[in-house]
Design a protein around this ligand. Structure first.
Ligand SMILES: Nc1ncnc2c1ncn2[C@@H]1O[C@H](COP(=O)(O)OP(=O)(O)OP(=O)(O)O)[C@@H](O)[C@H]1O
Length: 302
């Protein structure tokens, strides 16, 4: 069973259509990265799921409860942080947790949340004294109240320092292991790449692609990475032979296609350049996203 099902979701702001037939599902324990350029519609999708805006048409089901303007039962299983969380400036973090907890949330759960999100040092200070990063961490803590089965996180790494980002990454991976599903958007694509197992790519309010992380990254091309005893000479020689090679971190990188590997080997051997290693790698998430969006917009222009 899916924890979230979205089918043909459409959203208008006034007469302008912002989302076009968005459909995707999330399985229990899956971390889904919602990615795309600025203004693509990521936040609008998230706001529709958590009922912050009424969607125009389509279907949203959370844990088998259909979400409509009048029926919001499914939201009891959702913890969300959309944009920078809003707080009462004169209350402490702990008071926020107590205020928003439901009757089933015990003292022990609150203690665990404080511990898991590592907010012990400031949870008893008034929120008006928090930095952006502290507010983000407090916001994550609030999403965990009331035993969510699905977390919706819009740019949760905003304002976090590298250590806090690493901790959050670990925390999210642990939640997924416990069966909690996560829909997350972030412009920090290298961070998303470390945690997401599925991607939904949005552009101009439409899904450009959705696939498992492995399939998405491998479908966007592979590279051959060659190390030689003389990389400068090797790259120069390859380029002279019309092979598009670039230097990436002391390695010569060539996009894999046709029988390019054979050609590279032949040229390097012929020119007596000693090869130290040859490895294959996938494009990273940022390259894959750029490839996809450029390829699709070129196709639309033709
Ligand atoms: N309240 C609103 N009224 C009218 N248009 C809106 C409103 N909110 C968002 N939009 C428009 O909807 C489109 C999608 O915006 P959205 O915030 O969902 O994009 P996003 O993918 O989250 O972008 P970003 O990565 O910059 O946060 C944009 O064209 C935006 O201008």
């Amino acid at each position: 069973m899916n924890i979230l099902e979205i089918k043909n979701l459409n959203q208008y702001y006034g007469r302008k259509q912002i989302l076009h037939n968005i459909s995707f599902n999330i399985k229990p324990g899956s971390i889904v990265g919602l990615i795309g350029p600025n203004g693509a519609g990521k936040s609008t999708i998230m706001k529709s799921i958590v009922g912050l805006i009424n969607y125009s048409s389509g279907l949203i089901k959370i844990n088998d409860y259909q979400l409509t303007n009048h029926h919001r039962d499914g939201l009891k299983d959702v913890g969300s942080m959309i944009e920078t969380p809003a707080f009462y400036p004169n209350l402490t973090g702990r008071q926020h947790l107590q205020l928003f907890k439901d009757s089933k949330t015990s003292k022990r759960t609150i203690h665990e949340i404080i511990h898991d999100t590592q907010i012990e040092n400031f949870v008893d200070q008034k929120v008006k004294k928090y930095s952006l990063g502290m507010k983000q961490r407090m916001g994550i803590a609030l999403t965990l109240l009331n035993h969510p089965k699905l977390l919706i996180l819009d740019e949760p790494m905003n304002g976090l320092d590298p250590e806090a980002t690493r901790d959050l990454r670990q925390l999210l991976l642990n939640f997924a292991k416990r069966g909690i599903s996560i829909l997350i958007s972030s412009h920090l694509l290298d961070e998303l790449e470390r945690i997401a197992d599925y991607y939904v790519v949005i552009n101009h309010g439409q899904i450009e692609e959705q696939a498992s992380a492995h399939n998405f990254l491998s479908s966007q091309g592979t590279f051959i990475n060659v190390k030689t005893e003389n990389n400068l000479m090797a790259i120069h020689t390859l380029q002279k032979n019309d092979i598009q090679a670039k230097m990436e971190d002391k390695t010569i990188q060539i996009k894999d296609h046709d029988d390019i590997l054979n050609q590279i080997m032949t040229i390097l051997v012929k020119n007596k350049i000693k090869i130290l290693s040859v490895q294959e790698s996938h494009a990273n998430l940022e390259e894959s996203l750029l490839n996809l969006i450029t390829k699709n917009s070129n196709q639309k222009e033709q």
